[in-house]
Design a protein around this ligand. Sequence first.
Ligand code: C5P
Length: 232
Amino acid sequence: MGKDVIIACDFSSKEQVMSFLDRFGDVKPFIKIGMELYFAEGPDIVRELKARGHKIFLDLKCHDIPNTVKKTMSVLSRLDVDITNLHASGGSAMMKAALEGLTRPDGTRPLLIAVTQLTSTSQEVMNEELKIAGDINDVISSYALNAKDSGVDGVVCSPLEAGKIHDVCGSGFLTVTPGVRFDDASKGDQSRIATPARAKELGSDYIVVGRPITAAEDPVAAYERCVREFVD
Ligand code: C5P
C-alpha cells in the first residue's frame, strides 16, 4: 500500500454511510470506520463495505490486557480489514499479543498502527492530569519507538509530527495522519493541522480526512482535491 487518502466515515447509520459513498460511483475510496459506526451497525457494516470494494481502516483503538486484545485482534483479522489500531500506552506485551492475534494461519495480517497521545491531549493535561512527565513530543517519540520495537507498523499522529517520527523510527514506519484541512477552510476542533499538500511535504504516508470531505457541498470534488494535493 502506498500513499493514500482515507475518508473518515464518521456516520451513525448504514443508510448514511451508504448514501454518502454512493455519490462516488465507481470510485472506491479507502475509508475509516470508527467506533460510532461500528458500535451502531456491528461487524456486518465492515463486511458490506469490504464487499463493495473499499479498503478499510478499522479505528477501534483497542486497549486492554494482552490476552483480551490478542483475541479481539484475531476476530478483526477475520473481518479482513486493511488497517486496525490500538493504544501504545497498553505497553509492549499488549502490542506483541495484538500482532499474534492479528496474524492469520497463512501468515498474512492487516497493518497495525498505534495511537501515541491523542491529538486532543495537551501538554498540560498529560503532565498534570495523566501524570506522565516530560515534553509531549518526546513522549510521542518514545511511545512510537516502543510500538516499532514491538513489531507494530506505524502510528496515528499529526502531520506536524510525521517527520520526527520518521527520524526516530525510520522512513518505513507508517505515519497515518488526521488533522487535515484545506487552507481556505475552518479548523473546527482540530488544532495541529496541515493541508493535504503540506502533509505530503512533511512525509505523511496516509492522510485521514473527515469533515473537509463528508461535510463538503461536493464531497467527490473535495476528495479529488485531497488526492490531487497529497497523492498525485
Ligand atoms: O473530521 P476530521 O477530519 O477532523 O476527522 C478526523 C478523524 O480522525 C476523526 O474520525 C477522528 O476521530 C480521527 N482522529 C483524530 N485524531 C486522532 C486520532 C483519530 O482526529 N489523534
